[in-house]
Ligand binder design. Structure first.
Ligand code: AMP
Length: 305
């Protein structure tokens, strides 16, 4: 089933208690695409980079089923750069630097060959740009999932609210859910956010797992795997979204029951992501590793009644 992914492709500078990286491959669409590529054999990417973006990174995306016909390369300009520093708990981070560069004037142009889109993942990006993507599609996709962050709640709340009315599923973290809804209790927050448009909501709680809120008041929980070594959480949320969307597109079933299964694969992919810096760990996951890790998740919370 055709999957279109829109988001950032970036250079990241990362500081965690376990190391520093200066300018490595990052971006919301990068993590989403590579993660989803483990489930479907074609991901149509729409994003933008500058002339400084190396061909080796594009080759890496292509090698993970991410098609880059929709990746604009802007001559004479620089790629989006983000720098973040994690606190000791690895759950919270500070943004040290954001250089928009090519993102400043990004117009997401969807190639003709991407128009037949059944699954659309709008990765973290300026809400007005996410809206521009929806406006260009001749037919509404079967499922639209959107990811966002607190920055857009501060800087572009009205645009964010507009695009929220057009999506089926929203993925955000717990603090963002509280900010967007004005409610501290997450069940109350979910109810309010569902009233803003998305019938289904995923609230990510970092190392404490993720909650899936369905349209009929159904709630499901997927744990995060307790890992002995977490080196870098960057991209875990995007990798989670990529696994969720990739699994749904692969199985072509958007029922709540199947979303529960998708959530477990989402958590599986995120658990790999944090084991190394940047998207490095996602580059090589064997089928055996995937199956074993997925089984660990079942073991983690399954008990006979
Ligand atoms: P995550 O850790 O899942 O929130 O994703 C981190 C990725 O998001 C990094 O690779 C960044 O390049 C990217 N990123 C950071 N800030 C922004 C932003 N304002 N808009 C879009 N992507 C961003």
């Amino acid at each position: 089933m055709s999957l279109l992914v829109v988001g950032t492709v970036a250079f990241d500078g990362l500081e965690t208690p376990f190391g520093i990286r200066g300018r490595i491959l990052g971006g919301s669409a990068t993590y989403i695409g590579i993660s989803a590529g483990y489930f479907v054999d074609r991901i149509n990417l729409v994003s933008v980079v500058g002339e400084d973006f190396p061909q080796a990174h594009i080759d890496l995306l292509n090698a993970h089923n991410v098609h880059t016909e929709g990746l604009q390369v802007i001559k004479g300009q620089k790629t989006f750069f983000w720098k973040g520093k994690y606190h000791l708990d690895m759950n919270s981070r500070d943004t040290l630097e954001t250089q928009l560069n090519v993102l400043e004037h990004f117009d997401p142009i969807i190639p003709e060959s991407y128009m037949d889109c059944q699954y659309l993942m709008l990765g973290n990006l300026v809400p007005a740009i996410q809206m521009r993507v929806l406006e260009q599609l001749p037919n509404r996709p079967k499922l639209v999932v959107l990811d966002t962050m607190n920055l857009w709640m501060d800087a572009a709340l009205e645009d964010l609210k507009k695009v929220l009315t057009k999506v089926d599923v929203l993925t955000i973290n717990d603090e963002e859910a509280r900010q967007l809804s004005g409610e501290h209790n997450l069940v109350q927050a979910a109810k309010k956010i569902q009233g803003m448009g998305p019938k289904t909501l995923i609230i990510k709680k970092g190392e404490h797992g993720a909650l899936l809120f369905g349209a009929d008041g159904n709630i499901f929980f997927a744990p995060a795997l307790p890992l002995a070594e977490v080196l870098d959480p960057t991209g875990a949320g995007d990798t989670f979204a990529g696994g969720f969307m990739g699994y749904l597109a692969q199985t072509d079933d958007i029922s709540f029951d199947n979303m529960k299964r998708a959530l477990m694969y989402a958590a599986t992919m995120a658990s790999f992501c944090v084991e190394k810096f940047g998207p490095e760990r996602l580059e090589h996951i064997s089928a055996e590793e995937m199956a074993a890790r997925r089984a660990q998740f079942t073991q983690l919370s399954h008990v006979q009644a």
